[in-house]
Design a protein around this ligand. Structure first.
Ligand SMILES: Nc1ncnc2c1ncn2[C@@H]1O[C@H](COP(=O)(O)OP(=O)(O)OP(=O)(O)O)[C@@H](O)[C@H]1O
Ligand SMILES: [Mg+2]
Length: 213
């Protein structure tokens, strides 16, 4: 492979991103391909420290701009320290949430403006773009019932506690992003069974790998 690939997993909370990311990673590894699994916010020591600040349910007073800047700060570190070096080594980087999440959650969900958040992230990324973004499209009621089942015993984080209208705005923004660039963002119908989704993703990713050989 000439260079690595960056594949990002996007969509509202509970859409099934992490489930599929881990399945894809296991499959790619079984094919003998070099894979790195990472997530946002986080992915680095500094990023994980920022993640803890962002998700802490006690931080109710956090201003929307602070939130957007912290996500972008975590991402800048992630790109510099982990993602670019891995791509330079020819690895396949699977990232659980990336720029689209910021545009949707802070830009649309919190009302900061999608264009502002996009511009902020262009600065954080320094020109890097995902090779493929998988958008997990799922209605919020279904996602919420999955989250509730998952959260039994544990709690919801600060972002997951937001109301239905917030998640509707976020879901609409993900759809707008997909419509704006369907060649780099693939819509995944996330209401299907995990096995069906896994097969579709394998085919999409295999196709991408063939193009990059
Ligand atoms: N296709 C599916 N059908 C039904 N349940 C699913 C499916 N995929 C995942 N789940 C279950 O739904 C819950 C949420 O899935 P998962 O944690 O993968 O979502 P996520 O998108 O990573 O959520 P978050 O954004 O909160 O990290 C989990 O309990 C998972 O086992
Ligand atoms: Mg997850």
């Amino acid at each position: 492979m000439r260079k690595g690939l960056l594949i990002t997993f996007e969509g509202i909370d509970g859409a099934g991103k992490t489930t599929q990311l881990l399945r894809l990673a296991a499959w790619l590894e079984a094919q003998g391909l070099p894979v790195i699994v990472t997530r946002e916010p986080g992915g680095t020591r500094i990023g994980d420290a920022v993640r803890a600040i962002l998700l802490d349910p006690r931080h109710q007073e956090m201003a929307p701009r602070t939130e957007a800047l912290l996500y972008a700060a975590s991402r800048a570190q992630h790109v510099e320290e982990l993602i670019r070096p891995a791509l330079a080594r020819g690895e396949i980087v699977l990232c659980d949430r990336f720029v689209d999440a910021s545009i949707a959650y802070q830009g649309a969900g919190l009302g900061l403006g999608e264009a502002w958040v996009e511009a902020l992230n262009e600065y954080a990324l320094g020109g890097l773009r995902p090779d493929l973004t998988l958008w997990f499209d799922l209605d919020w009621p279904t996602a919420r019932s999955r989250l509730r089942a998952r959260a039994e015993g544990g709690g919801l984080d600060r972002i997951e506690r937001r109301d239905e209208a917030f998640f509707e705005r976020v879901a609409d923004a993900f759809e707008r992003l997909w419509r704006a660039a369907p060649e780099v963002r693939k819509r995944i119908d996330a209401a299907r069974s995990p096995d069906d989704i896994e097969q579709e993703i394998r085919a999409l990713v295999w196709n991408l790998i063939q193009q990059h050989l």
